[in-house]
Design a protein around this ligand. Structure first.
Ligand SMILES: C[S@@+](CC[C@H](N)C(=O)[O-])C[C@H]1O[C@@H](n2cnc3c(N)ncnc32)[C@H](O)[C@@H]1O
Length: 281
């Protein structure tokens, strides 16, 4: 990281300690400047996650209030619509170009663009969007994608390097002749409580080849203190479905109860997820 960037980060962090006294206008001005900077730095994927965890979402279009009202499926009170559009503009989801006049942003347009996958990601309330052509280079050998049969039935591939197999992970692993090199789970185990994760991993352990196979869990590893907003937000979201995000200590516990041991944890360096690497005991 460049020294100037590091300096700026330090200055911004120090700014939290500023006392504004009665000067509320300056405090607000600084808050707005910080907010603008945040929106500039935030990626579309991060924005999706923030909406999921923190804010309500409505898509946008380039219209004035009357035009937007006319294309809405339900009769909307224009005053209410104006309030909502103002809220969306204040969050930089759409842009306010004049009084009661709004235009889309790159992000709101992306929501309507099927190729971006942002809208479905929002709809399923998660960012579990995978594009095999990007994530799996052509040189990779044999890859097996497993999910429940009804999910596999919907899968479409842009490569013949991936074999899709319908499989319930509470049952014995069907690919087990020689033991695979890697068993990879992304954003799967955090959906489940500890005892269930142990059961899922026991099925994996039974198929693994000692000294060769690895378990790679790509999930959040919560720090003991100072979880990021992304980590803490997703943790609360997972709690709603009986899952949770886990600290290293808890990952250690569930993985060892399944007959494996953690050999390394690779953080992504962004305060998001980590790759937990484990082997048979
Ligand atoms: C949160 S999604 C993660 C999907 C994918 N790994 C990703 O990161 O985009 C969890 C996945 O677990 C699958 N799943 C749920 N129960 C399952 C089961 N019993 N056996 C196999 N897969 C299951 C779901 O169908 C879903 O695709």
């Amino acid at each position: 990281m460049a020294d100037s960037t590091r300096d700026l980060i330090q200055k911004l962090n120090a700014a939290a300690a500023i006392k504004f006294g009665d000067d509320d206008a300056t405090r607000l001005e600084m808050a707005m400047a910080a907010r603008k900077l945040y929106h500039k730095l935030e990626t579309n994927a991060e924005k999706v996650l923030r909406f999921i965890n923190e804010e309500p979402v409505v898509g946008g279009g380039e219209k004035n209030i009357d035009e937007l009202r006319a294309i809405a499926k339900k009769d909307i009170d224009p005053e209410l619509l104006q309030h909502l559009l103002q809220l969306l503009a204040s969050s930089n989801i759409i842009k306010e170009t004049g009084e009661d006049l709004f235009q889309p942003t790159n992000f709101s347009l992306s929501l309507g663009d099927k190729r971006t996958l942002l809208a479905p990601a929002l709809r399923v309330r998660t960012d579990h969007v995978m594009r095999p052509s990007i994530h799996f280079p052509a040189f990779l050998g044999s890859l097996v994608l497993q999910d429940l049969p009804k999910v596999i039935a919907m899968a479409k591939f842009t490569t013949d390097k991936i074999r899709a197999i319908g499989h319930n992970f509470f049952e014995p692993q069907p690919v087990k002749d020689t033991g695979s090199r890697v068993y990879f789970f992304h954003a799967v185990l955090h959906d489940w409580p500890d005892s269930t994760v142990v059961n899922i991993l026991k099925q994996v352990a039974a198929a693994m080849k000692p000294g060769y196979s690895k378990l790679l869990v790509n999930d959040i590893v919560l720090p003991p203190v100072g979880a990021s907003i992304y980590q803490a937000g997703l943790d609360c979201f997972m709690l709603q479905i009986s899952g949770k995000e886990r600290t290293e200590a808890v990952w250690n516990k569930v993985i060892s109860e399944a007959g494996m041991k953690i050999v390394n944890i690779w953080p992504d360096g962004r305060g998001y997820e980590s790759l937990v690497e484990a082997e048979l005991l």
